[in-house]
Design a protein around this ligand. Sequence first.
Ligand code: CMP
Length: 133
Amino acid sequence: MGRTLLMIKPDGVEKGLIGRIIWFLEENGFKILGIRSKRFTREEAEKFYEVHRGKEFFGSLVDYITSGMVVGIMVEGEKAVEKIRELIGSTDPKKARVGTIRFMYGESIERNIVHASDSEESAERELKFFFEI
Ligand code: CMP
């Protein structure tokens, strides 16, 4: 068993996709261990996405992620990190596999509905932005 963070970004919240995304996770056999909504401060968003600091899209990413509420979901399941990344699809919705969350709902490489941790280490680091673990 492993756990990971799936975060619904402001565009996913605005589009009313919280329920559908939770349903999709459960439908795919994952267990929800925690859910918390919050609004990131700029400082938190910069820290959350610190691996992207210095890239040309960093400022715009921080603007977008602080533009509204996000929802952090702690997800548990076998090979959770790897499998949740498969379920959400490629960063760019245009390249995402049919049936993935980003394929179904993503608008652009930035407004791509959800984020999921890319390794077990990132998952533990990122879960701490939402949960006391
Ligand atoms: P996410 O998986 O949350 O990781 C970093 C985020 O930066 C990404 O999804 C997008 O929302 C955003 N982003 C914006 N532009 C780019 C880009 N050119 N390449 C990768 N990520 C981008």
